[in-house]
Design a protein around this ligand. Structure first.
Ligand code: F6P
Length: 358
C-alpha cells in the first residue's frame, strides 16, 4: 500500500484544487486500490496538530473548477518552525511524528516561498517530500510560472478595464493597486494587458516627479485621464536608497493605508486632477481558476504524482521553457524570483510609451 499526504499552505490561489485533483487522479490511475491519500487540514498547522483525514476517490471529483482549497490553508511562518512555542510544542518533531503516524511514503506540499522553505526543512529532516509551485505572485524561483498567477492577472486586468471606462467619463487619474508582495509580475502583466499608462513595480523604484511629469504631458497632449497600475510593494527611489532597516521603517510609517494612496495624494497635489485609488485586494486570489491555470495545475499535479511513483523525492515540479521538469527543493527554498529589469516585457512596454516612473 502506498500512502501519500497532501497539504496546501500559505495564501490560497486559484488552481489549488485542480492540482490536488491532478495528484490524486494520477495516483489512483497508477495504484488503483493500492494507494491511500491523507488530506492534511489547514496546511502545516494540521501536520503539527495531527489534523488529517483519509480521503476517498470521490473527494477529488468535481473540484477542477473550484476556487480556494478543499483542504484549507494557513500561514505558519518558517522563522518560527524551529521555535518551541508557549505550550512547549516542538513543531518539527510533531510534523515528523504525524507523518510517521500516517505511515506516509511521501508528503505532497502545494505552496509558495515560505511553504517551500519549510518543505525543504522537512526534506532535510528525512521526510519524503515533493512540492508544487502555487502563488498569484509568480515569485517562486526555479519555475517560469506558478499556478494561480494567470487567473489573478485576468482579474486585475478586468479591474483595470472597468476602471478605464469610469476614468474616461470623469477625466480622472486612477491607481489600481495590485497584489504581488515584493515582486511586480502581477502588476506588470495586468498593467500591460489592461493598457495602463504607468506601471510601478518594486523592482524599478519610481521617481514621483517623473510620474507627475508624465501625467502632465498626457494632459497637454489632450488625454483627459490616466491609469496607473501600482504594485503593493512599489517603492520610491528615495526610500529604496535607504539601508534595509531604515527602508523597512519608512515603508511602515507611510501615514497612508498603502503606497498607492501616497502616490495618489502626490499626483493630485501636483496636477490638480482628481485622483482615485482602487484596491482589488484578495479579489485577485478568489474564484475559479482560468483555463490556463486549470491546465498548468493539472500538469503540475500529474507530474508530482509521477515523482511519487518513481520515488524521486526532494523535488518541486516546475515549468521551464514550456516543459514540466523536477527542480531540487534545496535550490528553490529561500530564493525569490523578481522581475528582471532588463527583460523583454519591460522593454516592450517602454517601447510603446508606458512609464515605469524611472
Ligand atoms: O502571496 C500571495 C499574497 O496574496 C500576496 O500577493 C499578498 O501580499 C499576500 O498574499 C496577502 O496575504 P494575506 O492573505 O495573509 O493578507
Amino acid at each position: 500500500m502506498k500512502r501519500v499526504g497532501i497539504l496546501t499552505s500559505g495564501g490560497d490561489c486559484q488552481g489549488l484544487n485542480a492540482a490536488i485533483r491532478g495528484i490524486a487522479k494520477n495516483l489512483y490511475h497508477y495504484y488503483g486500490e493500492q494507494v491511500q491519500i491523507y488530506g492534511i487540514i489547514d496546511g502545516y498547522r494540521g501536520l503539527i496538530n495531527g489534523e488529517y483525514r483519509l480521503m476517498n476517490k470521490d473527494d477529488f471529483s468535481g473540484i477542477l473548477t473550484r476556487g480556494g482549497t478543499i483542504l484549507g490553508t494557513s500561514r505558519q511562518p518558517f522563522k518560527l518552525m524551529r521555535v518551541i512555542d508557549e505550550n512547549s510544542v516542538d513543531k518539527v518533531a510533531e510534523m515528523k511524528k504525524h507523518y510517521k503516524d500516517m505511515k506516509l511514503d511521501c508528503l505532497a506540499v502545494l505552496g509558495g516561498n515560505g511553504t517551500h522553505k519549510t518543505a525543504n526543512l522537512l526534506s532535510e529532516e528525512g521526510l519524503n517530500v515533493v512540492t508544487l509551485p502555487k502563488t498569484i505572485d509568480n515569485d517562486l524561483w526555479g519555475t517560469d510560472m506558478t499556478f494561480g498567477f494567470q487567473s489573478a492577472v485576468d482579474i486585475a486586468t478586468h479591474v483595470i478595464d472597468c476602471i478605464h471606462t469610469t476614468a474616461t467619463s470623469h477625466g480622472r487619474v486612477f491607481i489600481i493597486e495590485c497584489m504581488g508582495h515584493k515582486a511586480g509580475w502581477l502588476t506588470l502583466h495586468a498593467g500591460i494587458a489592461g493598457g495602463a499608462d504607468v506601471i510601478l513595480i518594486p523592482e524599478i523604484p519610481y521617481n514621483i516627479d517623473k510620474v507627475i511629469e508624465y501625467i502632465k504631458n498626457r494632459t497637454k497632449s489632450g488625454k483627459t485621464f490616466s491609469i496607473l497600475a501600482v504594485a503593493e510593494g512599489a517603492i520610491s527611489e528615495d526610500i529604496a536608497k535607504l539601508p534595509k532597516k531604515k527602508k523597512k521603517e519608512a515603508m511602515a510609517n507611510l501615514m497612508y493605508p498603502s503606497i498607492s494612496y501616497k502616490i495618489a495624494h502626490e499626483i493630485e497635489e501636483a496636477t490638480g486632477q482628481e485622483t482615485r485609488v482602487t484596491v482589488p485586494g484578495h479579489f485577485q486570489r478568489g474564484g475559479s481558476p482560468d483555463s490556463y491555470d486549470r491546465l498548468l495545475a493539472t500538469r503540475f499535479g500529474s507530474a508530482a504524482a509521477d515523482l511519487i511513483i518513481k520515488e524521486q523525492y526532494g523535488y518541486m515540479t516546475a515549468l521551464v521553457n514550456g516543459k514540466i521538469v523536477p527542480v531540487p527543493l534545496k535550490d528553490v527554498a529561500g530564493k525569490l524570483k523578481t522581475v528582471p529589469t532588463d527583460c523583454e516585457i519591460i522593454q516592450s512596454a517602454k517601447n510603446i510609451g508606458i512609464s515605469f516612473g524611472d
